[in-house]
Design a binder for this molecule. Structure first.
Ligand SMILES: Cc1cc2nc3c(=O)[nH]c(=O)nc-3n(C[C@H](O)[C@H](O)[C@H](O)COP(=O)(O)OP(=O)(O)OC[C@H]3O[C@@H](n4cnc5c(N)ncnc54)[C@H](O)[C@@H]3O)c2cc1C
Length: 363
């Protein structure tokens, strides 16, 4: 297959690229002719609203952004496809269907996937929380079956907590439990953790802490050969692992395989490559949607400057960020700088922020 050549490829329709493209519409920048946004699907899911979708508070349409109108409005061509291999030395992307794309400049915003138990005999239905499209299909099937399945959620962060509550709400017949390898919501304030545990308790949801599930065998979730819990299905919301092809791309990556970038989001080894959001490794920047969105704002200035050979703006990660954790009933828990609170007003605030993001990027 003959390779196609592009001055600029935006790979992945992650939060950062959506924000950058929206920024170009506002500031009038037009990317070079032939610039493409490469995405496996024609729409992008907004992660902050996914637990709300599962809780039955939002529809699929409300949680997804159609990419074609956004691309049209800023002069970018939408190309459906998925990277299977990145060859940094020859500046090539090999897609899973064999197509080859060559680039002068590449911006990566391909997100992450949750790490799964190392051993799995296939006896339990495993649904990674990402990619959202695939997760949504699992959830739809469980909803249609509406049976008394044993459903475990793996993970100790905000996404696992929110999904546990949402699944409990939408699958009333299922027995839902949450299993984390350490403490629940480690890194959040003690007050928030107390509130979260109280909610799980009030809703009759079992929480198992300090349990690292590393094997699935004969329908059991296992920790170091010890049978922990029987399950029919497992939702994996264990945080971020990189796309497998990143580590073999030739780009300088950290020990986990995330692309190392400097303050201007440039790869430390190939300056024509930028990386943002979960796929990047930048000191002081956690893998979270909030930070991906902020990087997107910087990216909307960095890409035009890179193409013009100008000095690149730097992105400084904020030292603190606000967290609002949806509790599947229209309320939310708030965490900021060691302080916590909870209630309906915070749920309304979260909805306002999420829906504002959607309004701004859905054209
Ligand atoms: C259930 C859940 C709820 C969450 N809620 C929040 C929240 O409320 N607040 C928060 O800050 N964070 C939240 N997160 C974390 C958040 O989802 C991520 O940190 C955020 O999505 C990262 O954004 P990104 O820009 O890196 O890319 P993403 O938004 O993850 O998008 C990556 C894009 O890359 C595409 N892609 C993937 N592989 C390829 C490939 N091989 N080739 C081409 N394209 C590819 C995908 O299709 C996708 O469009 C949540 C996570 C989960 C699982």
């Amino acid at each position: 297959m003959k390779p196609t050549r592009h001055t600029l490829i935006l790979a992945g329709a992650g939060h950062a690229h959506l924000v950058a493209m929206r920024g170009w519409i506002d500031n009038g920048f037009r990317p070079p002719e032939g610039t493409i946004l490469l995405s496996p699907s024609s729409h992008a899911w907004y992660s902050g609203m996914m637990p709300g979708l599962v809780a039955g508070r939002f529809t699929e349409e409300e949680c997804a952004i159609e990419l074609a109108p956004l691309c049209d409005a800023c002069g970018v061509e939408l190309l459906t496809g998925e990277i299977g291999e990145l060859k940094a030395t020859s500046r090539e992307l090999v897609l899973v269907d064999g197509r080859i794309l060559q680039y002068d400049y590449l911006s990566l915003n391909v997100g992450s996937i949750p790490p799964q138990p190392e051993l799995n005999d296939g006896s339990i239905n495993v649904a990674p929380a990402k990619p959202f499209g695939a997760f949504n299909k699992y959830w739809q099937t469980w909803r249609e079956q509406n049976d008394s399945m044993q459903l475990a959620v793996l993970g100790g962060g905000a996404a696992a907590f929110e999904l546990t509550l949402a699944l409990h709400k939408s699958l009333p017949q299922a027995h839902v439990s949450l299993i984390c390898s350490g403490d629940l919501l480690d890194g959040y304030s003690p007050g928030l953790r107390k509130r979260a545990i109280k909610i799980l308790h009030e809703r009759g949801l079992k929480l198992r802490k300090d349990t690292r599930i590393n094997c699935i065998a004969n329908g059991w979730l296992m920790c170091d050969e010890k049978q922990i819990q029987k399950a029919n299905a497992l939702v994996v919301a264990t945080g971020a692992a990189p796309q497998p092809w990143q580590a073999s791309s030739g780009l300088d990556c950290d020990s986990k395989g995330f692309v190392r970038v400097g303050a201007n989001l440039q790869s430390e080894s190939y300056p024509e490559v930028l990386a943002s959001g979960d796929c990047a490794s930048q000191p002081g920047t956690p893998h979270s949607g909030v930070y991906a969105v902020r990087q997107g704002g910087a990216l909307s200035d960095i890409i035009p400057a890179l193409l013009a050979g100008k000095t690149l703006r730097e992105y400084q990660p904020q030292s603190r960020s606000l967290a609002l954790l949806a509790t599947a009933d229209g309320s939310a828990l708030l965490n900021y700088d060691g302080w916590s609170a909870g209630g309906r007003i915070f749920g309304m605030w979260k909805d306002y922020l999420d829906l504002s993001f959607m309004r701004r990027h859905r054209l």
